[in-house]
Ligand binder design. Sequence first.
Ligand code: HEM
Length: 131
Amino acid sequence: MSAEPGHASTLYDSIGGADALRVAVDRFYQKVLGDPQLAPYFDGKDVSAIKRHQVLLLTTILGGPGAYGGRDLGEAHAALAITGDDYDRTVGHLVAVLDELGVQGDAYETLASAVLGTRGAIVTGEAAEED
Ligand code: HEM
C-alpha cells in the first residue's frame, strides 16, 4: 500500500509485490506436487529453480521489476509430453490459489489470460489433438 513517490503503480504492486508472488507460487507447487497425477512430472527436477523462474515470469506478466531469465516455455516443457488434461489440472490449481489469496480484477484477468495463452506451447502429450 505504500507506493514510493514517482513509482508508477503496477498490477504487481497492487497484489503485494514479491512477497505475495512467492506465497502464491509456494502454494501452487504444494498443490501440484500433492496431486498424484501431476507430481511424477517433477521427479528429479530442481523445484526451487522452477519456483524462482515461475515467480519471475509472473512478476514480468504483472509489470513488476526484473526480467524472466528462464527458458522459453515451449523448450522447458518439450520433453515432458504434458497432456491437455494435466495442463487443465495445473491451471485449476493456479486458479484455486489466486482465489484463496483473493486476487481479483485486472491482476486476475491479466494472469489468467497470460497463463491460458501458454497452452499451445506446453501441451505436447497424446491428448493434445483432442481440441
Ligand atoms: C500452466 C502454465 C505453465 C507455466 C506458466 C509454467 C511455467 C514454467 C516455468 C517458468 C518453468 C521454469 C523454466 C526454466 O527453469 O527455465 C517450468 C518448468 C517446468 N514445468 Fe511448467 N509451467 C506451466 C505448466 C506446466 C504443467 C502443466 C506441467 C506438468 C504437469 C509443468 C511441469 C514443469 C516441469 C516438470 C518443469 C521443469 C522442467 C525441467 O527442468 O526439465 N508445467 N514451468
